[in-house]
Write a protein that binds this ligand. Structure first.
Ligand code: PNS
Length: 159
C-alpha cells in the first residue's frame, strides 16, 4: 500500500486543494489529509469544521482519510508510518517556501520525501486566504470552492 500525507491548514479547502488530492489519489493507494491544528494562525474555521468539510466532500472515497496534527509534520508522518508528503505547487512564487520546508523536513527525517504536484493552471492564483477575503466582502466564490464550502463560508461570516 503506497500512502501519502497531504498536510495543510485547509482554512477552508478550495478547488485547488481538491485538484491536488485527486492527482495524489491517482498516484497513491491511500492519501491521508493532515489538517494542522494551528490556533496561533487564528483560522476562520475550527479544526473540526475544516476536517468535517473535507470528510464530507470525499465521503465516497474510501482511499482518503482525514486526520489532524499538532507540532512537527515529520512526527505526524512517523506516527502514521508514512514517508511521502504531498504539496501542491501553484506557481514559481510557491517554490522558495516549499523548497525550504521540504529540505528542512528531509534534514529532520532523511527517509521522508516531498512530492510536488502542479495544480491545474485554473487554480494557480487560488488560495484559502483570498477566498476568505472575497467571501468576507460578499464576492462570488462559487468557482473557487465547492458549494458545501461556499455555504459554510456564508454561515461563518454571518455569525
Ligand atoms: O496550508 P499551509 O498553511 O501552507 O500548510 C503548511 C504546513 C501545515 C504544511 C506547514 O506549516 C507544516 O508542516 N507545519 C508543521 C510544523 C513543521 O513541521 N515545521 C517544520 C517544517 S519547515
Amino acid at each position: 500500500m503506497k500512502t501519502a500525507i497531504y498536510p495543510g491548514s485547509f482554512d477552508p479547502i478550495t478547488n485547488g486543494h481538491i485538484d491536488v488530492i485527486s492527482r495524489a489519489l491517482a498516484i497513491f493507494d491511500r492519501v491521508v489529509v493532515g489538517v494542522i491544528h494551528n490556533p496561533s494562525k487564528a483560522p476562520l474555521f475550527e479544526l473540526n469544521e475544516r476536517m468535517a468539510m473535507i470528510q464530507e466532500l470525499f465521503v465516497h472515497e474510501p482511499r482518503l482519510s482525514v486526520n489532524t496534527f499538532n507540532g512537527l509534520l515529520i512526527d505526524f508522518a512517523k506516527e502514521q508510518n508514512v514517508f511521502n508528503i504531498i504539496r501542491g505547487l501553484r506557481a514559481v512564487s510557491d517554490f522558495d517556501y516549499e523548497f525550504q520546508m521540504a529540505i528542512t523536513n528531509r534534514h529532520l527525517s532523511p527517509q521522508l520525501d516531498t512530492i510536488f504536484l502542479m495544480t491545474d493552471v485554473t487554480y494557480s492564483y487560488l488560495s484559502s486566504s483570498l477566498v476568505k477575503q472575497v467571501a468576507k466582502y460578499g464576492g462570488d466564490v462559487s468557482t473557487f470552492v465547492p458549494l458545501l464550502v461556499e455555504s459554510h463560508l456564508k454561515d461563518k461570516l454571518n455569525e
